[in-house]
Design a binder for this molecule. Structure first.
Ligand code: URA
Length: 190
């Protein structure tokens, strides 16, 4: 994993030359059973250098706990490894979704990271990582909470935890999807 990170860092330095991108790498046990893949770091994540430590992350942690899943047993990463930003009308630096180009640039690195961790299940959080991992224009609303096979791996698409902040009616859906994942994990052990 150290080699992977060094290579990714020098790749980003080359591609983004003068931009001095701050990278937020994945974290968690190298051979975790589950790998969670988000979209891209936000402000808090870029400041702390850790994925999912901001508002969406707190939301995620609470739901994981509710399903009996321990975050420190999971490997957590993002499809894009730097914080995508834009300047707002008020002149502030704010988050923006990653562009397709940014997702495309990082996709081979994400696939390599998945191969290194080799989890039993890759859980994509939202459309961006779902499309990055499958290379297809799938929609999370159609396929969340079901197991798929992609590139020889088991994939479990879920909504992004920030989606519940905008749409609280997704909270029950989220809890049910996580409970199904926890059950599946328990069954794999039998
Ligand atoms: N949203 C993401 O997709 N990833 C993070 O790390 C934080 C927020």
């Amino acid at each position: 994993m150290d080699k992977f990170r060094r290579e990714l860092e020098s790749f980003v330095r080359e591609v983004y030359e003068s931009e001095r991108k701050v990278l937020v790498f994945g974290e968690g046990p190298l051979h975790a059973r589950v790998m969670l893949v988000g979209e891209a770091p936000g402000e808090r994540e870029a400041l702390e250098g850790r994925p999912f430590v901001g508002r969406a992350g707190k939301n995620l942690d609470a739901f994981l706990q509710g399903a009996g899943l321990k975050r420190d047993e999971l490997y957590v990463t993002n499809a894009v490894k730097f914080r995508p930003v834009r300047i707002s009308q008020a002149g502030r630096t704010v988050n923006r979704p990653p562009t397709q180009e940014e997702v495309r640039i990082f996709a081979p690195w994400l696939l390599r990271e998945i191969a290194l961790v080799a989890p039993e299940c890759v859980v994509t959080l939202g459309n961006v990582p779902l499309r990055a991992v499958t290379g297809e224009r799938l929609s999370i609303g159609d396929i969340h909470g079901g197991f798929l096979s992609a590139g020889g791996r088991t994939l479990y698409p879920m909504y992004h935890p920030a989606s519940m902040l905008y749409n609280p009616s997704l909270r029950n859906v989220y809890a049910a999807d996580l409970a199904r994942l926890a059950l599946w994990l328990a069954e794999q052990k039998i």
